[in-house]
Design a protein around this ligand. Structure first.
Ligand code: NDP
Length: 249
């Protein structure tokens, strides 16, 4: 028997961390096109966040700007606790990220700590609070944005590779914890995507390693996130799905 497919599930809101620009902003816009309202977190890029908000509102959807540092557990609670008493979003996308690239012998302890903090402690701070409220609803989707570096390891990125690999382990464990309550947890793993994050990389050396021979677009990552939030993705959990032009197979 075929189950009917509804484009947007009953709760229409998705929280996205780090959505003032790049991949997060593209996810916010793509989801808004699909009918979702957005809780848009970012750190400090107010003008860019407001520009994304305008685009979402032009699509007829709501967009709540939530500027806070996801590494600060008290800030996270202070902002989210009162909101979660009013509404429990259907989805949570942990996308915020930073790089502090350098070879390990030269890496300062703070460069290690900052990267682990945003990716992994940020995931803890957000996923803990969202999974708790989703459990009560017996419904929800959690998506972590990892990276090809977390799957293969990348020279100059011991901190970032560790953080992104850690996210994969955390998401798989959480998927097992939450599956019985109908909450699905997956990882999207982009390769090289055309955003500010890659602007200083030696692309002429890197492009030949990518079978599709080009950078990916943020929109191409956003399309997969949109799918993972759809009814059609209802039997997918604990998976790592790559958008990498064949860079890692
Ligand atoms: P960008 O550098 O373009 O954007 C990063 C976003 O994260 C910004 O919105 C930024 O906010 C936010 N952010 C950073 N630190 C914090 C914090 N402490 N609290 C809240 N928000 C924060 O990155 P991309 O769009 O390129 O990357 C998005 C995700 O995709 C990251 O997790 C990244 O690791 C991953 N990824 C990217 C790839 C690429 O090639 N671009 C490849 C593989 C993975 P603000 O603007 O306010 O500072």
């Amino acid at each position: 028997m075929q189950t009917p497919i509804a484009p947007v599930p009953s709760s229409q809101t998705v929280f996205i961390s780090g959505a003032s620009r790049g991949i997060g902003a593209a996810i916010a816009e793509r989801l808004a096109e699909g009918g979702f309202d957005i809780w848009l977190n970012y750190h400090s890029a107010h003008d860019q966040a407001r520009a994304v908000q305008k685009k979402i509102e032009a699509l007829g959807r709501k967009c709540l700007l939530l500027p806070f540092d996801i590494t600060k557990i008290e800030e996270v609670s202070l902002v989210l606790d009162p909101l979660l008493e009013q509404e429990i979003p259907f989805g949570m996308v942990h996308n915020a990220g930073i790089t502090r690239d350098t070879l390990l012998p030269m890496m300062r302890r703070e460069e290690w700590d900052q990267v682990i903090d945003v990716h992994l402690n940020g995931f803890f701070n957000l996923a803990r609070i969202f999974s708790k409220v989703m459990l009560g609803k017996r419904k929800g989707r959690i998506i972590a944005i990892s990276s090809v570096s977390g799957e293969t390891g990348q020279a100059g990125q011991v901190n970032y590779s560790a953080a992104k690999a850690g996210l994969i382990g955390a998401a798989k464990a959480l998927a097992r914890e939450l599956a019985r309550r109908n909450i699905l947890v997956n990882v999207v793993s982009p390769g090289l995507i055309d955003t500010e994050m890659v602007k200083d990389l030696p692309l002429e050396k890197m492009l030949p390693m990518i079978p599709l021979n080009r950078l990916g677009t943020a929109r191409e990552v956003a399309g997969l996130v949109n799918f993972l939030l759809s009814e059609e993705a209802g039997y997918i959990t604990g998976q790592v799905l790559s958008v990498n032009g064949g860079l890692y197979m």
